[in-house]
Design a protein around this ligand. Structure first.
Ligand code: ZN
Length: 170
């Protein structure tokens, strides 16, 4: 169920444009999940995006789970990446790129921890590493990112940047 929920979130919110929902639905059937909509979903072609969208909603309802609102899912994904970095499971630039990709995709929505916004100067560093004078080398950039990552794992609730704590939640 967890895996299918994540696949649905990926599809609905566009976190993973390559996700093959019908194939994932077929795998879920093999794992023992079952509902009429899930079976229909497994029979679709991955390019039938409108049909997939309808059946994703129907399948979730039939299996008794809800697709969380964008803001909750976004924050969860950011937390996961930050936590994976802090646990040494993802490299600094890989984690930074991952969070920035989420941020750029949804920057107009004004969602996510405030430290996401604060990563924009690191985008510049990432893009033009050899020219940017702000950090000079990777070490200060990574130190800055680590501070943000620690704050992002709890959504800036205990952020050391005081203004992040004071601002109302979006
Ligand atoms: Zn913060």
């Amino acid at each position: 169920m967890q895996r299918l929920m994540r696949v649905f979130e990926d599809f609905v919110y566009g976190f993973d444009s390559g996700v093959d929902v019908p194939m994932e639905a077929a795998h879920a059937l093999v794992r023992g999940l079952d509902s009429p909509a899930l079976r229909d979903l497994a029979g679709l072609d991955r390019e039938e995006r409108l049909e997939i969208r309808d059946l994703v909603t129907a399948t979730a309802a039939q299996l008794g789970f809800a697709i969380e609102p964008l803001q909750a899912v976004f924050e969860q994904r950011v937390r996961e990446i930050a936590a994976a970095y802090l646990a040494g499971e993802r490299e600094f630039t890989d984690a930074l790129s991952g969070i920035l990709a989420l941020f750029w995709r949804y920057q107009d929505k004004g969602i996510g921890p405030y430290c996401c916004d604060a990563l924009l100067h690191l985008q510049v560093w990432l893009d033009v590493r050899e020219y940017d004078e702000t950090f000079g080398s990777a070490e200060p950039a990574e130190r800055d990112f680590r501070t943000r990552a620690l704050a992002m794992v709890d959504g800036c609730r205990a952020c050391t940047i005081a203004s992040h704590r004071r601002r109302p939640s979006r």
